[in-house]
Design a protein around this ligand. Structure first.
Ligand SMILES: [Zn+2]
Length: 696
């Protein structure tokens, strides 16, 4: 075995050289070295008596950054090229990492050092925020607890990281285990050719007759939206909405052609109970009534009550619209609709009203054209340019790498794109921090991001063609990418997306989506993949009119997820357990309008809150959407390509990382506190609760 690629301190990770067997030695080496160097630094600072920020704190930033550089490629590969071997070492490492983080968070000597330096009040705002964040995190890690409680806190954190990983893996495994083989072509009527081509190729690859449909997100959405066969839609709905649950579909349910995997193997029921119990326990240990209160300590929203009231207010103001939308859909369908009919009839109603369908739009949005248009948009507004870089080492042949340059030619950073769905890749779309911006001791490290999506891959006959929804996803993730790359902050723990409260982190991304609806932008990002013809104006008009289509129903769905998450973590009582279904019923009474069947178990695959960082924070999407819509309304007033307003947005929001209170930064940008009205207006929802009617 040659030198360990995870320990190279080259400019970019050598992804293709990283093997599972490199992970543990690299992690051990960096953790051991960090412990030793940390103690040496502490000895020196304590001997010094009057530790100063640059001498005492910045070396600690370097240590944290070095660990990030070893672990970031590992967690990224785990997400995009999951293999049993990598998964096993990844799982083994999680408790070690959690132990290390707890050790830092509960280290009294470190805590005293940060407190001492903070008391010396460094003038610079970035330094001040870094210290404030660190002191808050010490408190949230239980630095003040007696030894036995500290130990228990640490153990619970380790268990939590393992359980959260287990949750996600169950979802992934449950999806991979379920397939549907169809030999009767007529039963697939309505499903787009691109999906069927893929299913045909998959069937041939594994040597079965017919079409093999997987339970990945693009396939699931294609079936629910387009399959005319109601039974097929039901099967997919049922499989999707019971993933990793006690109700997961098996051949015993009469669905004889689905590959058998014992559903009990991937059932997340007990995992959810254990996660909730541990979250509640750790929050209580450090003095919070419940996990939601603990979670909100580091967020922009002031309290659980404030966040809940915010959601319920949006619910009250949009409920009329959602109800009217459902009624009108059922009128259109001529029948009461089950959950697996909604997408299908919605697509037809949308098509009838706007005569525009996803499949009609796809040919106009070839990925390459959308990407180059997107890059042209950011050049126009921020003056930054994107350049593709060839032959950059990567983990898959679909991966591309780009560098971002400022107007004066200075390089700002880089990003990888990995845009196509494939097996063993986590579903959804996301941006992740590969390398953080850092300027310490006059040495500048530029930020690098991962931009990951799960678009339907190109087939033999067609390039990758996006729906407009895919285009929005791409703009969204690129908004995160810009937030990560445009930062001017020098210290990694508060640079880019680091140190930004969760409920503000979606501001730059949701803001960016607005561009993809503008005629001037659509011209830049569209062109028929065969003829190059622009998207015809009448189609564009109808697409734009369709923007508020079912906005009330979408709002209701997001509010349901948000309230469920917030209240689940706020009302959890260890004596009673999770009580998922009772809470879900209650939340649905408040905000939901679509009837879900009893077997629906979406919490069992709700990775945002049980697998990752959105626990008691899913409301962040709506919270930030209000900020994004309000910020966008300033662009609408000044002109969407106006350089002054764009520069102000870049300076006050995109560059600041976690170095300011977002409420203050937003007020500086907008000249006032955020308002909920632009979001309601953008969604076609009259703010007084009166409904314009979905036909308006
Ligand atoms: Zn996002």
């Amino acid at each position: 075995m040659g030198p360990n690629p995870l320990l190279d301190s080259g400019a970019l990770p050598r992804f293709s050289a990283i093997r599972p067997e490199h992970v543990k030695p690299a992690l051990h080496e960096v953790l051991d070295a960090s412990r030793a160097e940390r103690d040496t630094l502490l000895d020196a600072a304590e001997a010094d008596g009057v530790p100063d920020f640059a001498a005492a704190i910045l070396p600690l930033e370097n240590l944290a950054d070095r660990l990030h550089q070893v672990w970031s490629p590992v967690s990224h590969l785990h997400a995009v090229t999951n293999s049993p071997e990598l998964r096993a070492v990844y799982n083994d490492c999680l408790p070690e990492l959690a132990r290390y983080q707890t050790e830092i968070g509960q280290n009294q000597r470190l805590f005293r050092l940060y407190a001492q330096v903070a008391a010396g009040t460094p003038a610079e705002p970035a330094a001040r925020s870094l210290l404030e964040h660190a002191l808050r995190d010490f408190r949230l890690s239980g630095v003040h607890l007696p030894d036995d409680e500290k130990r228990r806190f640490g153990e619970a954190m380790e268990e939590l990281t393992q359980l959260q990983a287990k949750f996600e893996q169950n979802v992934l495994d449950a999806m991979a285990a379920w397939t549907h083989i169809e030999t009767d072509r007529a039963k697939l009527d309505g499903i787009p050719d691109t999906v069927l081509e893929q299913a045909d190729a998959t069937a041939r690859a594994v040597g079965v007759e017919g079409w093999l449909l997987r339970l990945d997100q693009p396939t699931y959405l294609a079936v629910l939206t387009h399959a005319e066969n109601r039974d097929l839609r039901y099967r997919f709905y049922r499989a999707w909405s019971t993933r990793a649950s006690d109700r997961a579909t098996t051949p015993e349910n009469g669905l004889v052609d689905e590959a058998a995997a014992p559903p009990g193997d991937f059932d997340n029921s007990q995992v959810i109970e254990a996660i909730l119990a541990l979250r509640h326990e750790t929050a209580a240990l450090v003095g919070y009534e419940n996990f939601s209160a603990y979670s909100l300590e580091s967020k922009m929203a002031g309290s659980v009550a404030e966040a809940q009231e915010f959601l319920e207010d949006l619910g009250r103001k949009s409920h009329h619209t959602a109800l009217a939308e459902l009624e009108e859909l059922e009128r259109f369908a001529g029948q009461g609709l089950a959950a697996w009919d909604i997408a299908f009839y919605s697509e037809r109603l949308r098509h009838e009203r706007f005569t525009v369908s996803d499949e009609q739009l796809r040919p106009y949005f070839p990925l390459t054209r959308v990407l180059s248009g997107l890059f042209a948009v950011v050049e126009k507004i921020y003056g930054v340019t994107v350049q593709p870089i060839a032959n950059v080492d990567a983990w898959h042949s679909d991966v591309r790498f780009y560098r971002l340059f400022d107007e004066d030619g200075a390089e700002l950073g880089g990003f990888y794109t990995d845009l196509f769905a494939r097996p063993n890749k986590r579903a959804g779309a996301w941006m992740d921090d590969c390398i953080s911006r850092k300027l310490i001791d006059k040495s500048l490290q530029l930020p690098v991001a991962h931009l990951v999506c799960n678009f339907a891959a190109p087939t033999q006959s067609t390039p990758c063609l996006l729906t407009h929804n895919d285009v929005l996803t791409l703009f969204h993730e690129f908004g995160h990418t810009l937030h990560h790359l445009l930062t001017r902050v020098d210290y990694p723990s508060v640079a880019g997306i680091s140190g930004v409260p969760w409920d503000a982190v979606e501001l730059p991304s949701q803001f960016m989506e607005n561009f993809a609806w503008e005629p001037a932008v659509v011209t830049m990002i569209s062109g028929h993949y065969e003829t190059g013809a622009p998207l015809p104006e009448n189609i564009l008009d109808r697409l734009r009119a369709s923007r508020v289509f079912q906005a009330g129903l979408q709002m209701a769905r997001q509010l349901e997820y948000s309230l469920f998450d917030l209240r689940l973590h706020a009302e959890y009582d260890p004596r009673e357990g999770a009580g998922l279904s009772a809470l879900l019923d209650d939340v649905r009474k408040t905000v939901a309008v679509i009837r879900q069947p009893d077997f629906n178990r979406y919490p069992h695959a709700f990775s945002h809150i049980f697998g990752g960082g959105y626990a008691a924070g899913y409301y962040s999407y709506k919270w930030a959407e209000v900020l994004a819509a309000d910020a966008w309304s300033a662009f609408e007033t000044h002109g969407i390509f106006d350089r002054d307003i764009a520069n102000r947005f870049r300076r006050t929001i995109l560059e600041i990382g976690g170095t300011r209170q977002i409420a203050d930064a937003f007020a500086e940008f907008r000249g006032r506190a955020p308002s909920i009205e632009p979001l309601l207006a953008q969604s076609g929802i009259a703010p007084d609760g009166a409904c314009d009617g979905p036909a308006a």
